[in-house]
Design a protein around this ligand. Structure first.
Ligand SMILES: [Zn+2]
Length: 135
């Protein structure tokens, strides 16, 4: 028997945030350096970055005054999906995004229901500040 070949999957990989294809969705922010035009687009790209464990992107899109010094994924849950519930544009530089993210830890499924706050800095980029949890 020949060794199994890596699968030649010609179908495009779905985007973790719910987009049809990663290439056409969050890759433009995570890999091509585009600026997310809205807080919702940024929030989706950050969810995707959590799924893909892209710490540099997450730190780069975190407000300087709330950003952790480092980020590791040692206890990272298994993310199952994202649902954006609301996008509230407060003014030109402040917005909130309410979402539910589903994840699994130790075989049990959970939901994270959060309203996140974002601000747009002088460089035109939206960044995550913090969030309130619902329960
Ligand atoms: Zn996406």
């Amino acid at each position: 028997m020949a060794r199994p070949q890596p699968s030649q999957n010609t179908e495009r990989e779905a985007c973790p945030c719910g987009g049809l294809s990663f290439e056409d969705c969050c890759a433009r922010y995570l890999e091509r350096g585009d600026i997310a035009p809205t807080a919702e687009a940024l929030m989706r790209s950050r969810y995707t970055a959590f799924v893909r464990q892209n710490a540099p992107y997450l730190l780069d899109t975190w407000a300087a005054h709330t950003r952790p010094a480092t980020l590791d994924f040692n206890d990272a849950p298994q993310w199952l999906g994202l649902q954006v519930k609301a996008h509230l544009q407060r003014d030109d530089t402040h917005a909130e995004v309410e979402f539910v993210a589903r994840f699994k830890v130790g075989g049990r499924a959970h939901r994270l229901h959060e309203r996140s706050r974002f601000e747009r800095d002088g460089d035109g980029r939206w960044r995550y500040i913090d969030g309130d949890l619902f329960d």
